[in-house]
Design a protein around this ligand. Structure first.
Ligand SMILES: Nc1ncnc2c1ncn2[C@@H]1O[C@H](COP(=O)(O)OP(=O)(O)O)[C@@H](O)[C@H]1O
Ligand SMILES: [Mg+2]
Length: 481
């Protein structure tokens, strides 16, 4: 039920409920103590008066109660009543009223029932009780045993209406209650503030998320705090930044792929039209057919590269579990590329650590990676040499492909691994589609491996280094390369 409410309302309700319960408990505890203290004060007051009267007038009281009747005694307690302000009642040892002021319920000669104040007074000299009088008004009764010459002569009873005490208690309760109102107002204000600091940014985040979902990938949030909400905002901004660049990459990837396919298609169309001319000499016909085959090869190469990348992106190119016989695979690779290099007049050298153990990478993928790097090295090296190095330490395997070729400016190094990226100088001069290194990087990422390229500049040769952890801690499923 609470989960249907907005955070704002939930915080407000919880704050108020807690404050009200806390306030009520305080109110009840403080109120009880206040009530007891007020009653105690009234009792004490009456008690002082009773003791004062009973000791001051012990002698005449004693005589009077002892039956040595003094006619004026009734008048005396009336005077007392006027001066001290209580009603009095004198009861003799037999429980008979001998004198009473007007406002008491009793008249001389009445028999007093044995009420609690008498019971207490008999044993403790003094006793109190609160009960309704005959008129039904709550009244405080206080009885003091009158002693004269060590004899209990009877009781002096004082009565006092409780109404003023109750009025006093009520007034204090109202004071107590009003003093909690500002606290409650403060709690409501505080909860409104707290809830708005949470709900406003969350609302803002929600709107921004919806805005992003509708296609505005440049949506960002202004972050004002460093708390959890601020961190959420930072995470959102990071996520939208990632999505934005991913979308950009995706869009340019599609347009690049279409562009790459259109050029060979145009060539195919032109050659096909030319072949349609029956007057075309046989020699040219053969050349055109060879060119068509070449373009088809190029397109097939491009399409299989694209398919491989799609498979990696979808997480379908899963890292192989079985370890490969690395050393013999490496020797195979060296044999193949040495022939290619020497055919182009390049020197080829290989330094392979023959103690290399099993790798956490399949032979196919290892071959794919090194084939790409070695093909590049040979392609982009007009003269000089190409070298392959493979070493291993306790934690990782390092492959290095080095050449003395055309190189690249250092600031290009990070772009070489982007899809379709080709340096200006190689376009039109060297064949290729700019996907090789991005495939290498994406495959390595599925194994948690890394690649970097290095060159001092144009004509300075290049070196590519691949590092594969032997015991990767976490292998990401997909690559964003
Ligand atoms: N060994 C190298 N020497 C100089 N430049 C290189 C080398 N290898 C790669 N490059 C640069 O990196 C770009 C991307 O390489 P790659 O993805 O293999 O695409 P492609 O070989 O089809 O051009 C190349 O176009 C080239 O500009
Ligand atoms: Mg290449």
């Amino acid at each position: 039920m609470l989960s249907r409410l907005s955070i704002r309302w939930r915080i407000l309700i919880i704050f108020i409920v807690v404050a009200v319960i806390g306030g009520l408990v305080q109110f009840v505890i403080a109120g009880r103590q206040l009530e007891a203290a007020t009653l105690e004060f009234y009792k004490h007051h009456l008690e002082t008066d009773a003791l004062l009267v009973s000791t001051t007038f012990a002698e005449p009281l004693g005589h009077f109660l002892g039956g040595e009747g003094e006619d004026g005694f009734g008048r005396m307690i009336s005077t007392l009543q006027q001066e001290v302000g209580h009603d009095y009642l004198l009861v003799n040892g037999a429980g008979l009223v001998v004198a009473a002021t007007l406002n008491t319920d009793y008249r001389p000669g009445d028999r007093i029932p044995s009420t609690p104040e008498f019971t207490q007074a008999r044993s403790q000299r003094i006793g109190t009780d609160i009960r309704p009088n005959r008129a039904g008004e709550d009244t405080l009764y206080l009885a003091v045993a009158v002693q004269y010459e060590d004899n209990a002569m009877g009781y002096l009873v004082l009565t006092e209406p409780m109404q003023p005490a109750y009025a006093d208690i009520n007034r204090r309760y109202i004071e107590l209650a009003t003093s909690t109102l500002p606290v409650l107002a403060l709690v409501i204000a505080a909860s409104l503030w707290v809830s708005s600091t949470i709900s406003r940014p969350v609302q803002h985040l929600r709107n921004s998320a919806l805005q992003m979902a509708s296609g505005s990938f440049d949506t960002r949030i202004a972050v004002h705090s460093q708390d959890e909400i601020g961190q959420l905002g930072d995470a959102f901004n990071y996520m939208s930044g990632q999505i934005e660049s991913l979308m950009k990459t995706q869009r340019s990837f599609v347009s690049n792929a279409a562009h790459e396919l259109r050029t060979p298609l145009m060539t195919l169309k032109l050659r096909a039209e030319a072949l349609g001319d029956s007057a075309l000499p046989e020699a040219e016909r053969a050349t055109y057919l060879a060119e068509i085959r070449q373009e088809i090869d190029h397109m097939a190469q491009l399409v299989s590269s694209l398919l491989l990348l799609a498979r990696i992106d979808e997480g379908r190119h899963l890292p192989a579990k079985e370890g490969a016989d690395v050393v013999s695979a490496l020797h195979d690779i060296v044999r193949h590329w040495r022939i290619e290099a020497e055919a182009k007049g390049l020197a080829f050298s290989a330094r392979i650590d023959n103690t290399m153990s099993e790798l956490p990478i399949s032979t196919n993928d290892l071959r794919l990676i090194l084939d790409n790097l070695l093909a590049n090295a040979i392609k982009y090296t007009p003269k000089g040499n190409v070298a392959l190095g493979a070493t291993q330490d306790k934690h990782r395997v390092i492959f290095e492909v080095r050449d003395t070729g055309i190189g690249f400016p250092p600031e290009q190094a990070e772009h070489l691994f982007e899809r379709f990226y080709r340096a200006e100088e190689v376009r039109g001069r060297y064949g290729g589609n700019g996907l090789g290194l991005s495939i290498v990087k994406a495959i390595l990422a599925t194994y948690g491996g890394q690649i970097s390229g290095e060159s001092q500049g144009h004509g300075q040769g290049a070196a590519f280094t691949v590092v594969i952890d032997l015991h990767p801690t976490a292998i990401p499923h997909r690559s964003a390369a």
